[in-house]
Design a protein around this ligand. Structure first.
Ligand code: GUN
Length: 290
């Protein structure tokens, strides 16, 4: 048996089209255009590409979009001042500060400065708390949200009786993923790189989400036959003298064991931007109800 290869690119394109149509319909009814502000500090090459793609996607969905590129030596106060300005700007419904920030900036204070009702990443402690309480009306971090939509598509929204294992416990992916899986009533184990018998723990999973940031960490014999495997990793490696993009799962071997698996690229990656658009639209719609 070989796994179903989950086409995240097509799934993401569907979501983006649904968002675009909804925006068009709302505007025709005299509604407000969703506005997204993306802030990048410094000149990290990967972040630069992500930020550019976010702006392009926002405009393609019919959003108003602003990208603020600040120099690497921007002070904490300058960044907080910009966030305050965006918090008060009525054309902006979602604010995203691209991470990682340069080391001299206080990430927690920056995130806490974003108005919770404009926190499109769902990183503000207010929204993190709501997610862990199992509430449904809070913005959810984009990458785990994308994973949960794929799971819902394949398994339905009720994961009762299913064992889920998350490898990686970051604030951006692992922790919110665990909260979402719990909200969907799965039995959840969260691991890190020091978890004893990690392969054995992974092998228990009906649902395996890997966000470890280690190229091809998960081997075929870590996977239960028929499991659904979501690979959040994006690692640039060199193989046979060529630069290559690989996930945190040894895809070529894993697909012979898994029931369904996301490839890298073209799996979870495209879902992140689609979910960012979905979150921005949701925040705009909630703002008109306040
Ligand atoms: N850096 C990597 N992923 C993300 C994300 O989802 N949001 C933000 N703001 N920064 C990131």
């Amino acid at each position: 048996m070989t796994a179903t290869i989950i086409d995240g690119k097509a799934f993401a394109a569907d979501i983006r089209e649904q968002v675009r149509l909804q925006v068009e319909e709302n505007l025709q009814k005299g509604g407000v255009r969703p506005g997204l502000a993306v802030v990048l500090v410094g000149d990290d090459a990967a972040s630069d590409v992500y930020v550019r793609n976010k702006g392009i996607a926002a405009e393609a969905a019919g959003f108003y979009s602003e990208t603020h590129r600040l120099p690497g030596e921007t002070t904490q106060q300058q960044l907080l001042d910009l966030i305050q300005e965006l918090n008060h700007k009525s054309s902006i419904h979602g604010i995203l500060v691209q991470l990682p920030l340069p080391a001299h900036l206080d990430k927690e204070a920056v995130i806490a400065a974003i108005a919770p009702h404009k926190d499109v990443d769902g990183f503000h402690p207010h929204n993190v708390g709501k997610l862990w309480l199992g509430e449904k009306d809070c913005p959810v971090p984009c990458t785990p949200l994308g994973c949960s939509l794929i799971l819902e598509h394949h398994l339905g929204s009720n994961l009762e009786g299913k064992k889920a294992v998350v490898i990686g416990a970051s604030n951006i992916v692992g922790k919110p993923m665990a909260a979402l899986l719990m909200r969907m009533r799965a039995t959840v184990t969260v691991c890190n790189s020091k978890t004893p018998n990690l392969p054995e723990v992974a092998r228990q999973a009906d649902i395996l989400v890997v966000a470890a940031g280690r190229a091809e960490l998960v081997k075929a014999d870590w996977i239960k036959a028929g499991a659904i495997v979501l690979d959040v990793g994006i690692n640039r490696i060199e193989r046979d003298g060529k630069a290559q993009l690989v996930g945190d799962v040894d895809f070529a071997a894993a697909k012979a064991v898994a029931g369904a698996i996301t490839p890298v690229p073209g799996g979870i990656g495209p879902m992140t931007i689609a979910c960012l658009l979905r979150n921005t639209l949701q925040l705009q719609q909630l703002s008109t109800q306040m």
